[in-house]
Design a protein around this ligand. Structure first.
Ligand code: AMP
Length: 260
């Protein structure tokens, strides 16, 4: 298999990025579609696009996706409360939750977004070696069959227009949750018009929260909460271990923590 990755910049600032994990016959099509994405992002026309194609040497791990759980928060306050309660349910100390929320709210890299994620331990320490870049999860994708099941489920819930966002986030969250040492992940986009985000973990599934920030706010990011990790080993798995999601685990409404 091959990892095909795209990143687009304008004036040195990150605009968009995406990736696929494909067979040799699919390389050309995926290069074309990723180029199209780079050139048509709502954040603007890039002046630099990098597309890389790289043979994946280690064996690909096949996984079922996390189940998608839809939270019905009606505004940002309810959304943040839902995120806080889920992270508490997973045993993350309150001061770590507060620190993570304010980092994402204010822009984790001196008021700016990071390209990758924060890694935070249970003492609230940030473990990512580069605080501007963060750690990027890569080498992951979803099969057409599993993506088709996700499309169908989302359209049954009236969420078809969010397919690409949810698909990519679910793939990333499933990979991150599968790595030893991950307790939970918190994410909301830095895309100013995408207000949804999620808390994900192996125990709870992928809890999609429709409002984690106000419309028009360009602050966002990701935090991987971890416990007991070997930092280089953990980062190596996040960045390099190839993961292919080949089954979709379904979608349902959030009711309460006892049914998770
Ligand atoms: P997005 O959901 O694409 O808007 O990304 C939201 C935030 O998540 C970005 O600002 C980055 O900080 C982080 N992020 C994006 N892609 C990745 C990735 N592949 N691995 C880790 N963090 C990422």
């Amino acid at each position: 298999m091959y990892s095909v990755r795209m990143r687009a910049e304008k004036g040195g600032r990150h605009i968009s990025g995406a990736e696929r994990l494909v067979s040799e016959e699919e390389i050309q099509d995926s290069v074309q579609s990723l180029t199209g994405r780079a050139l048509s992002h709502e954040r603007g026309k890039p002046d630099f696009v990098n597309i890389s194609v790289e043979a994946v040497k280690s064996p690909v791990k096949n996984l079922a996706s996390l189940p998608v759980i839809l939270h019905n928060a009606g505004n940002v306050m309810e959304g943040r409360n839902a995120a806080r309660r889920t992270l508490e349910f997973l045993g993350i100390p309150g001061f770590c939750i507060q620190k993570a929320l304010s980092l994402l709210e204010n822009g984790p890299s001196d008021g700016q977004s990071m390209r990758g994620a924060i890694i935070m331990d249970m003492q609230g320490n940030r473990l990512e070696p580069d605080r501007e870049r963060g750690v990027r999860a890569t080498r992951m994708d979803i099969t057409e069959k599993a993506a088709g099941e996700l499309t169908k489920s989302l359209s049954g819930k009236g969420l078809s227009s969010y397919f690409t966002h949810v698909k990519e986030a679910l793939v990333l969250a499933t990979k991150v949750a599968s790595i030893d040492g991950t307790v939970a992940e918190l994410c909301w986009s830095d895309d100013p018009y995408y207000t949804a985000g999620y808390v994900a973990s192996g125990r709870t599934g992928y809890i999609r929260i429709p409002y984690l920030k106000e419309n028009g706010d360009s602050h966002g990011g990701r935090v991987f909460f971890v416990d007991n990790i070997n930092i280089p080993g953990y980062i190596n798995e996040i960045e390099n271990k190839p993961v292919l999601i080949d089954r979709f685990a379904g979608i349902r409404e959030f009711t309460d923590f006892h049914t998770i």
